[in-house]
Structures are given as structure tokens and as C-alpha cells.
Design a protein around this ligand. Structure first.
Ligand code: UDX
Length: 480
């Protein structure tokens, strides 16, 4: 009798398939969301690509026992199933260098693999009732319609960026789309966005029509997401209140961020890094509080050789201690011998250069006092949480728009992008403004206010927790 009761209970458990875009900045928030959902009784089937699985497995710390991302989470009783599929390219294909071809494949080839897998999975128990897919994908409504699943779209970037893509038609009508440097008048007609300058649009909206990423965005965010039943977003209501309210008039839109805080990540060991992480703790421990600058440009963007050389000299001139994440392949070509001759000898113990690290461990360390960043959205949310002001050097995509939020709206960072190309003396000067003196104090004070808002949002009665609960209520109504 008890057995059949348990079976019936199991039958009723909500079961969601989750499919992140196969990139570092996307898989991290998806994994946290999976853990959060599983911790409130969902069964999750998490679909990763074979390539990302291979990279994560290879980079896992040597003493780890994880066979997949969720091995440890399962040990603590969470029902998270894990499966991998091909993204349509051979494992040896370089997805970073050939990013246009890769994006095209995600749009045209990957959906058939997902369709095939979902077709096999739908007969599982408990029955799969929901698809939570990355907003960047072009196929979720096709799959959810075919298998009768509730279609939840997960946007891992700020609401401001979402709404700019969402209102592509308005940008086109007003001549602000793909207008490059031709227009300087502000854009003041996007619902919920007071004003934004054309130079602050995501790079894909400033680029010419032919861009593959833009075609994907057009199909996914401008058309596809409008068919989603529910949209969840890794942002915080109090940080983007007007933009979020305006979006909520169009579609059920739930700001749940920062998602890495909702999942209770510190309690569940998850390893999601695509590269092996160098341990910086010992090096950091020897430094005075707030004295170290952390430098990283994320997982995706390329930099020019000239910029890297200027940054190296700028770091030398600044006399500040630093950790520089120099991701292999960041130049998009051979990056050996890029640093100035004698650079490493000259910095001695003042600087540490690593290929990749555990960013959260570094920025949460009390000796870190500033972050020279590309303004990736995960990095921004993480650095707010650990009270570390930013020096902003956005490179492409949403990073351009994220800078506006950080510098112009919240005043928790300063620009390093006013003049291009960047020059070493300016870099050194800005690093000092970030780390010491009145400007640094002002940034820290503003940061405390912004962090306070985030802290409130993730408290048990805060907006992100409330929005999460509402999302679950609304999702269950759709499922039933
Ligand atoms: C990309 C886009 O660039 C970004 O703008 C978008 O919001 C998400 O996709 P990425 O370049 O990966 O993101 O930057 P970011 O969003 O900051 O994510 C990087 C993640 O990798 C962060 O969670 C960070 O903690 C982690 N990281 C980074 C490390 O663990 N180690 C490192 O050395 C650097």
C-alpha cells in the first residue's frame, strides 16, 4: 500500500527538462536554478552538450568524485537527472574561434538533437511537463508545442538588455537599429527605459544585419520568447524596477536573481567550470585588505593584442597588486609571448597571472578591492554581492549595456572605455581611482546601497524569493 502511495506521489511531482545555452555564463545560472527547483521537490532532467560535459569533466579538481555536475547534489537527495547530447559539431571543433558557425549550428542543427532526446524522455516517470530553456534558443516553442510542455524561457542577462531586443521593431522604426556611430540622440521610447544612448545598445543591435548572432536573437527574443508561457530572469526587481514593471505588462516575467544566491550554492558542491581553476588563496592571503585588483574579461570575448599590451603596462604603472585571469585563446589566435618582455620578472610578487580561477573565491577574499571587468552579467551580480567596485571595459554583446547600469545608473563602477584604443597611462590612473582615495570611497558607499537592495531581495521575505514562489504557483497552474 505504502509503495503504491509513493508511486502516486512520485507521479505528481513536477518534472522539468532544462536546457542551457552551452556557454560558461549560461550553464552556471542554469545549474543554480536546477538545484533550487530540485530542493523544493521538482524532478529535473538537465541536458548538457557533450562538449561542455567533456570540458567540465576535464577541468574538475583531481580529488573530485563527480561523474557529472550533479553527483554531489544527488547525494543530498535531490532528484536531478543528467544527460548529454551532441550540439551538432564534432568534439574537436573549436566553438570559440568558429563562434559564428557554432551559433548557426545552435539555431539550425541543435534543435533536431533536442527534439530527438525529448521524444525519448517524455515517457519517464514522473511525467515531464515543463521545458525550461535558454531564451537565446530559437526552438523552445516548437518543442514545447510538440510535446505539450509548459514553455519557460530563462533569460540570464539583465531585464534592460531583454527589453531592448524585445522592442527591436521600435528601434528599427526610429532608425536606431544598426546605426553605429551615426546617431547620438537618446532612445526614450522603449517602455520602462527612461533613456539610453545608441552607443549603449548591445553590440548586436549596433552591428550590421548580417550578424549570425543577431539572426538568432531576432528569432529567439524578438519572436520566440513572446510564445513562452513564463519568463524568468536572473536580475533583481529593486535594481531594474521600471523596466521589469513594463515587461510584466506584456508577459509573466519573474526577476529571481541573483540565482547563485537562491540555490544555497554554498551548501551543495557543484563544479561547472569549463577550465581548470588555479588556486589563488595563498597568494591573496599575503596581501593587505582591499589592496588587490582582480582582472578578468570572462569566458567568451576576444581582445586585441594592442589592448592586452596596454593593460599589462597599465598594471605595471599603477603599482597596484593584481590577479589577472589570462584565458587561453583570449586573442582568438596564438597568445604566447604577448606580454611585454620582462613583464613577469618586473611584477615579481605584486601580480599573479592565471589561466582561470574560481572567481567567487577570489572576489570574496577580503584582500580584493577592485575588479577590472568586461561587465559580464554573472560577474556583475557576483561582485555586487561581495562589495567589489568595478572598472568597466565591456567588449561585446550585453556587456556594453551592462556598463550603463553599473556606471551611469548605480554608480558602482567607473569607465575604462571612454576613449578607444585604451592607453596605459589612462589605465593606471583609472586603477588608482578605483582602488584608493575619495573616488574609491564613493564607489564603495554606492556599492553598499546596491548590495543592500540585493540582500533584501534574497532574504526570505524579499522580492526574489517572493517572485520565485509566485513563479512556482503560476507554473503549477499551467502544468495542471
Ligand atoms: C557571457 C557574456 O559575455 C555575458 O555578458 C553574459 O551575461 C553571459 O554570457 P561571460 O563572458 O562568461 O558571459 O561572463 P560572465 O557573465 O561574467 O560569466 C562568467 C562566469 O565565469 C562567472 O560566473 C564567473 O564567476 C566565472 N569565472 C570567470 C570563473 O569561475 N573563473 C574565472 O577565471 C572567470
Amino acid at each position: 500500500h505504502r509503495g503504491s502511495e509513493m508511486e502516486a506521489e512520485n507521479q505528481d511531482k513536477p518534472h522539468a527538462i532544462m536546457v542551457p545555452c552551452p556557454l560558461q555564463g549560461h550553464i552556471i545560472p542554469f545549474v543554480h536554478l536546477a538545484i533550487k527547483l530540485a530542493s523544493i521537490g521538482f524532478t529535473i532532467t538537465f541536458i548538457n552538450t557533450q562538449k561542455l560535459h567533456q570540458l567540465i569533466t576535464k577541468s574538475s579538481p583531481p580529488n573530485t568524485t563527480q561523474s557529472d555536475i550533479f553527483t554531489e547534489a544527488r547525494k543530498s537527495g535531490l532528484d536531478i537527472r543528467y544527460t548529454t547530447i551532441s550540439d551538432g559539431f564534432p568534439l574537436s571543433f573549436d566553438r570559440f574561434i568558429n563562434s559564428d558557425q557554432f551559433m548557426e549550428g545552435l539555431m539550425l542543427v541543435f534543435p533536431a538533437h533536442v527534439d530527438d532526446l525529448v521524444g525519448k524522455l517524455v515517457h519517464q516517470t514522473p511525467q515531464i511537463t515543463c521545458l525550461i530553456a535558454d531564451t537565446f534558443f530559437t526552438w523552445p516553442s516548437m518543442i514545447s508545442n510538440k510535446y505539450n510542455l509548459v514553455n519557460v524561457s530563462f533569460w540570464t542577462e539583465p531585464a534592460l538588455v531583454f527589453t531592448l531586443y524585445y522592442h527591436l521593431d521600435l528601434l528599427k522604426i526610429n532608425g536606431h537599429y544598426a546605426c553605429h556611430d551615426n546617431r547620438e540622440d537618446v532612445i526614450d521610447y522603449i517602455p520602462g527605459v527612461e533613456s539610453i544612448q545608441p552607443k549603449d545598445l548591445p553590440s548586436y543591435l549596433q552591428a550590421p544585419d548580417t550578424c549570425v548572432a543577431l539572426r538568432m536573437i531576432h528569432k529567439a527574443i524578438f519572436e520566440g520568447v513572446k510564445e513562452a508561457d513564463l519568463v524568468i530572469c536572473n536580475t533583481v526587481q529593486e535594481l531594474e524596477p521600471r523596466t521589469i514593471s513594463a515587461l510584466q505588462e506584456k508577459q509573466p516575467f519573474y526577476p529571481l536573481g541573483p540565482i547563485f544566491l537562491l540555490s544555497g550554492f554554498t551548501k551543495t558542491a557543484v563544479f561547472t567550470s569549463l577550465w581548470s581553476q588555479s588556486d589563488c588563496t595563498q597568494w591573496l592571503q599575503a596581501k593587505p585588505p582591499g589592496s588587490v585588483l582582480y582582472v578578468s574579461f570572462g569566458s567568451l570575448a576576444f581582445m586585441s593584442r594592442e589592448d592586452v599590451v596596454e593593460i599589462a603596462h597599465g598594471l605595471l604603472l599603477s603599482k597596484v597588486s593584481f590577479i589577472w585571469v589570462f584565458r587561453p585563446g583570449i586573442l582568438g589566435c596564438d597568445d604566447s609571448e604577448i606580454l611585454p618582455v620582462g613583464f613577469e620578472d618586473e611584477i615579481k610578487d605584486r601580480g599573479l597571472i592565471v589561466p582561470w580561477c574560481c572567481q567567487i573565491s577570489v572576489i570574496s577574499h577580503p584582500t580584493v578591492g577592485g575588479f577590472l571587468t568586461h561587465c559580464g552579467w554573472n560577474s556583475i551580480l557576483e561582485t555586487i554581492w561581495f562589495n567589489v567596485p568595478m572598472l568597466c571595459y565591456p567588449l561585446f554583446t550585453d556587456q556594453i549595456t551592462n556598463r550603463k547600469l553599473v556606471v551611469d545608473d548605480w554608480k558602482i563602477g567607473i569607465n575604462l572605455c571612454d576613449r578607444k584604443p585604451i592607453r596605459r597611462d589612462e589605465i593606471a590612473e583609472k586603477i588608482k581611482c578605483l582602488m584608493i582615495g575619495k573616488s574609491a570611497n564613493d564607489l564603495r558607499k554606492n556599492m553598499e546601497k546596491i548590495k543592500g537592495k540585493v540582500e533584501d531581495a534574497v532574504s526570505s521575505v524579499g522580492s526574489s524569493e517572493k517572485n520565485f514562489k509566485q513563479f512556482i504557483v503560476d507554473l503549477k497552474v499551467k502544468i495542471s
